[in-house]
Design a protein around this ligand. Structure first.
Ligand code: ATP
Length: 359
């Protein structure tokens, strides 16, 4: 069992830096929770406080209902995996993996059996007699995982464990981490600044911004129901098209007036208050061809194989990006109608908060 509660957790460094601001969150037993956000938002500091490497300035951490603020890291039954795997270079892979149990004076036979078991789990049985220097980046990260697995922690804390790997390996290892979680059903807390990693791994995502939680939700909730411009812009690749302008609302018929176009807002936004705002629509929801809300010229066609990105000039530095299935036959220079599918529009107020639709 490992249910972790963070209760108004705060961390200040010196007088001026508040890295984590009174953060409250419950991580359920067996959950895969991903903390995501830009550099400096306080993810690592939060994880380090859970691990016991950093003392909170205030607030409480409870594990299965018991306060653990005063417990040493070694007494919290946690396993940590970091970006840098820091293996002992002069020990074999097997000796690296069995290091923890050996320190705990576990007998040789049990240690050997456990090394074989965890090596098989992360598929490195063939590497046990090699030295770390003979392993690739992905293999080394598997060794680091095995070294943590062998200690049988209740909770795994992973801090950007894949960020030093190249894109292909990262995807492979991501699948591996996912499989391990499904097999072990332990609590995983995973820190990353990579939105794709967060979307694919998490049961729940915590989006952090400047030491605070901006939104908590399932990957689908975060993607389809972002509470703010910050979240909307952070998730999705390519990111959401965001158009600055004004909400105008006369006699219950609301329109969005951008610098170059005015777009009628669907009835669900009839109650939106007039004022500065931002209109958002994801690239997959721009409908291309036919009679659009606007007619724009394609200035770049980017084929990705499975789909194609079309970049439209949209005044100044702003592009409007649409994604269409398959290999597109459109060419740069073509003028096309672009429609903002009304049911997929997002509207954000001047404060960056999402303006809710009326249902
Ligand atoms: P990154 O992805 O870059 O690691 P992060 O979201 O994990 O970022 P933290 O490392 O938790 O962010 O840092 C949060 C804030 O606290 C930052 O402003 C950072 O500079 C500051 N900070 C972190 N550790 C210390 C420290 N030991 N002393 C002073 N300031 C610190």
């Amino acid at each position: 069992m490992a249910r972790i509660e963070l209760d108004k957790l705060r961390k200040e460094f010196g007088r001026s830096v508040v890295a984590v601001k009174d953060l409250s969150l419950t991580i359920e037993d067996g959950e895969f929770l991903v903390m995501v956000g830009p550099s400096g938002c306080g993810k690592t500091t939060t994880l380090r406080m859970i691990a016991g490497f950093e003392d909170p300035s205030s607030g409480e951490i409870r594990m299965d209902g018991n306060p653990v603020n005063e417990l040493e890291p070694g007494d919290r039954n946690l396993g940590m995996v970091f970006q840098s795997h820091a293996l002992f270079p002069h020990k074999t892979v097997a000796q690296n993996i069995e290091f923890g149990p050996r320190m705990q004076k576990v007998d040789l036979e049990t240690r050997r059996r456990r090394v074989r078991e965890v090596a098989a789990m992360v598929r490195i049985s063939h590497l046990l007699d090699k030295m770390p220097g003979q392993c690739s980046g992905g293999e080394s990260q598997r060794v680091a995982l095995a070294r943590t697995l062998i200690t049988e922690p209740d909770t795994f804390l992973l801090d950007e464990p894949l960020s030093s790997l190249d894109a292909k390996l990262r995807r492979e290892m991501r699948a591996e981490v996912d499989r391990l979680h499904q097999e072990l059903r332990k609590t995983f807390i995973y820190v990353t600044h990579d939105q794709e990693e967060a979307m694919t791994l998490a049961d729940r995502i915590v989006v952090m911004r400047a030491g605070e939680i901006e939104q908590v939700g399932t990957p689908l909730e975060i993607y389809s129901d972002p509470v703010s411009l910050f979240v909307a812009d952070f998730f999705g690749s390519p990111s959401m098209n965001l158009i600055p302008g004004r909400i105008e609302n006369e006699a219950g018929s609301a329109v969005f007036a951008g610098e170059r176009t005015t777009i009628a807002l669907p009835p669900a936004f009839a109650g939106a208050a007039p004022g500065p705002g931002t209109l958002g629509i994801r690239p997959e929801h721009l409908a291309i061809g036919g009679q659009g809300d606007i007619v724009e010229k394609i200035h770049l066609v980017e084929p990705l194989g499975k789909d194609t990105l079309l970049y439209f000039d949209y005044g100044g530095e702003q592009d409007l990006i649409a994604v269409v299935d398959g290999v597109s036959t459109w060419r740069a220079g073509t003028e096309l109608g672009v429609r903002f599918t009304p049911e997929h529009l997002f509207l954000f107020g001047e404060d960056g908060r999402r303006i809710a639709r009326a249902h």
